[in-house]
Unconditional design. Structure first.
Ligand code: FE2
Length: 218
């Protein structure tokens, strides 16, 4: 079964950009529900996937939309938590160069990221991706994520579902995205993701499933 990973920081660590109330709801209710549903669906059909990544790819290929949506949402949220840090960072080295090459500079990336997220219709995710030898910004609808596309590696993501910002920003998604981009991205993490591409090693993965403890008979 898949476990709900703990947040890598305290609930209030990202305040005031993202409040403790939002983080509690988002992690403890929304993501927890996705993880629980994935485990229920796997138990129902007797499957025990080796990884959440495998399950996402297989469910997408097989057209099992309910499994895919819940598995991808579990993955996207865990990745999202890893993309943020309470300590401000800045892109460095190869990542900074790749940003300059693709967007002119960091301001150009900010403008593209906020514009893509603000303009995205409905729920979804806005990503900074490595694809075709360079960086690009793209959004995906609902639960969709880059794992289903060959050769695409996510460096950073921001949640566009209203539950991510409604408590703190009401319907002002643009204000959320601007504040988020200026304060919370973990550029060190994004740099590690890019390094994984360059080194041809595996990028970030969801924690491996665990075997439920066997109960001893009395
Ligand atoms: Fe979310």
């Amino acid at each position: 079964m898949f476990k709900l990973p703990d947040l890598p920081y305290a609930y209030d660590a990202l305040a005031p950009t993202v409040s403790s109330e939002t983080m509690r709801l988002h992690h403890d209710k929304h993501q927890a529900k996705y993880v629980d549903t994935v485990n229920e669906l796997c138990a129902k059909d007797g499957s025990s996937p080796a990884s959440l990544e495998d399950l996402i790819v297989q469910a997408h290929a097989g057209g099992y939309n309910h499994v895919f949506n819940n598995a991808a949402q579990a993955w996207n949220h865990a990745f999202f938590w890893s993309c943020m840090t309470p300590s401000r960072t800045a892109p460095e080295g190869a990542l900074a160069q790749a940003i300059d090459q693709a967007f002119g500079d960091q301001k150009g990336l900010r403008a593209a990221f906020v514009k893509e997220g603000e303009g995205h219709f409905g729920s979804g995710w806005v990503w900074l991706l490595h694809a075709d030898g360079g960086l690009k910004v793209a959004s995906t609808h609902d639960a969709a994520n880059p794992l289903i596309e060959d050769g695409v590696v996510p460096l950073l993501v921001c949640d566009l579902w209203e539950h991510a910002y409604y408590v703190d920003y009401r319907s002002d998604r643009k204000a959320f995205l601007q504040a988020w981009f200026d304060a919370l991205p973990d550029w060190t993490f994004a740099g590690h993701q890019l390094r994984a591409v360059a080194d041809k090693v595996e990028a970030w993965r969801y924690p491996a499933p665990v075997t439920e403890p066997v109960r001893r008979q009395a």
